[in-house]
Ligand binder design. Structure first.
Ligand SMILES: NC(=O)c1ccc[n+]([C@@H]2O[C@H](COP(=O)([O-])OP(=O)(O)OC[C@H]3O[C@@H](n4cnc5c(N)ncnc54)[C@H](O)[C@@H]3O)[C@@H](O)[C@H]2O)c1
Length: 323
């Protein structure tokens, strides 16, 4: 089967996405998912302005084997294409025969947005006031998904681009919460219950003294987004997956300095969902969490799309690979 974007969108609801993230993380915590760490192919060494990651996974409970291939291509914006492009290839787990090639862009957007929704459900003490630093594409999907499962009253925004904040607010015209555009990150963070960073910056966007007792900070960008003290002085450190959290995102530099190791994580969310570990134990704890994003979710989402297509009986494009 070859499944394009429109078909994927038609078969994947936000509610399905949230359940799929919860299930897949739990299965991973139960040892029912095989997922090696991702590998990056950086083509810039040979003058091609781009890179792509290979992210394989096998989801045991749904018997879905596949690989997400996702990259960033510098020339795409000039062509009117998104910077990030993703595809998911699903193979038969017993024979290796190609089951489907699934367009991965919406899958990537939706699984990314579902992650903070599920993580906040598990780790947040309160969600009345939520701060979002960086109001781009992934932030949009994050708030969209969070709005399905969390009670939120005030959403504070901070971005270096005023236009990005205005565009963001316009996309939530009938939202049940109010938006506040903040003049500084400090104003956005002080007193907030949940702080999310989802930018392409490499900077100290959040400082430790701004965080109140009981807050949850979730960093989702690919580089540094908080001061080191936000992590060092957190009561608990949480991650979505251990291996990749040491090599990427906000924790990368602390890991390289030897301050963060695989033993530093108090909370591994898939293990909490599997009942093997405790999540938040004290409403006053300040929890720092890194959501690094893992290929098991894209493979699981692609498997879910195939299941929905089969259930619906919809005809999709099929190609016999032996021909
Ligand atoms: N964790 C995951 O699962 C996951 C998944 C996909 C993408 N990402 C990462 O998320 C990040 C955002 O991706 P996107 O597609 O939303 O990008 P985007 O370009 O759509 O949005 C990024 C936003 O960040 C803002 N920004 C940049 N520097 C800033 C700063 N110093 N302070 C405040 N705002 C700033 C930009 O103005 C923009 O509005 C990237 O680093 C991407 O690699 C993470």
């Amino acid at each position: 089967m070859i499944i394009g974007e429109e078909t994927v969108r038609r078969h994947l609801s936000i509610e399905d996405g949230i359940k799929c993230v919860e299930d897949t993380w739990r299965w991973y915590g139960e040892g029912k998912v095989v997922m090696p760490n991702k590998i990056t192919t950086d083509m810039s060494e040979l003058g091609v302005p781009g890179w792509f990651n290979s992210m394989p996974a096998y989801i045991g409970p749904t018997d879905t084997a596949g690989i997400k291939v996702v990259g960033g291509y510098e020339g795409n914006r000039a062509l009117g294409l998104p910077f990030i492009k993703a595809n998911v290839l699903v193979t038969d787990s017993r024979t290796g025969i190609l089951r489907a090639l699934v367009s991965g862009d919406y899958i990537n957007d939706l699984r990314t947005g579902c992650q903070p929704a599920v993580m906040a459900k598990v780790l947040a003490a309160k969600t009345d006031v939520v701060t979002i630093i960086g109001t781009g594409r992934m932030a949009y999907f994050s708030l969209l998904c969070m709005s399905k499962v969390l009670e939120m009253k005030e959403i504070r925004l901070a971005d270096i681009s005023e236009e990005a904040m205005d565009r963001f607010i316009a996309r939530f015209s009938d939202a049940p919460f109010t938006f506040v555009k903040c003049a500084s990150n400090e104003e956005a963070c002080r007193g907030s219950d949940v702080v999310i960073t989802i930018t392409n910056a490499n900077a100290d966007l959040v400082e430790e003294p701004w965080l109140k007792k009981g807050s949850l900070v979730m960093t989702m960008g690919s580089f540094r987004e908080t001061s080191f003290d936000v992590v060092r002085k957190a009561d608990k450190i949480a991650v979505d997956q251990v291996g990749q959290s040491l090599h990427r995102g906000n924790l990368k530099e602390l890991a390289e300095m030897g301050e963060i190791t695989a033993d530093s994580f108090d909370i591994v969310v898939p293990e909490v969902l599997a009942g093997k570990m405790k999540g938040r134990t004290d409403p006053d704890d300040r929890i720092y969490a890194q959501i690094i994003g893992t290929g098991m979710l894209d493979v699981a989402f692609a498997g879910l799309v195939l299941q929905k297509i089969e259930e619906s009986g919809e005809e999709v494009f099929r190609f016999d690979m032996t021909k």
